[in-house]
Write a protein that binds this ligand. Sequence first.
Ligand code: SF4
Ligand code: SF4
Length: 222
Amino acid sequence: MIVADRKPFDDIKAMLEGFERILIVGCGECVSVCMVGGEKEVEILASQLRMAAGKEGKKIEIGEATLERQCDREYLELLKDRIDNYDVVVSMACGAGVQFLAEMYDHKVVLPATNTRFIGVTEAEGVWAERCRACSDCVLAETGGICPVTICAKGLLNGPCGGTNDGKCEVDKGKDCAWTLIYNRLNKLGRLDSIREIFPAKKYSVQTRPGRRVHEAFKEKE
Ligand code: SF4
Ligand code: SF4
């Protein structure tokens, strides 16, 4: 899932300076799981903004909505009858959701209330960790299912740097060296031969931005 942080309240408030009718739109998936942009967080932000406006004697009107997902047109369409009642939309989705919302309603100012961090996993309740850089050239088959691009602090593809020490990373001694983890996992799987594989330089040609992928079944309709 995509992991994000909410922007500090003062930053959000500053972005909204001068707007009186504000629609806050949450997303019911990734950012809801990491407790940054779901229904409850929309409610909290709305209350904070109302209280701040009240204190300053300003008149504002705030609408709240939480869509199933903001990266899907069919859910964004649910805003079409409401959006023009507001001067500005604050999206609490990841950057993809914010951009898609802004693209669909391009006559409306759409502002982000989150800082998108990474693609990750839930390690424990309330703890998320990065696992994938979406590099389009996956090496996990040869690295025991541990991604050196993401887990190694330097993103090294062909073994550890000279700073690895007792299995720890030189960049952060509190963290395991990715290449020690890879060695141990391959050893456990009886696949240590894979570690001899030398990866060529990454295929940056497949990482052209922005990425786009059309499923075979839908190519003809394109
Ligand atoms: S808009 Fe972003 S946060 Fe929401 S479901 Fe899509 S990818 Fe996840
Ligand atoms: S010590 Fe290991 S994880 Fe840290 S930068 Fe070097 S190779 Fe990467």
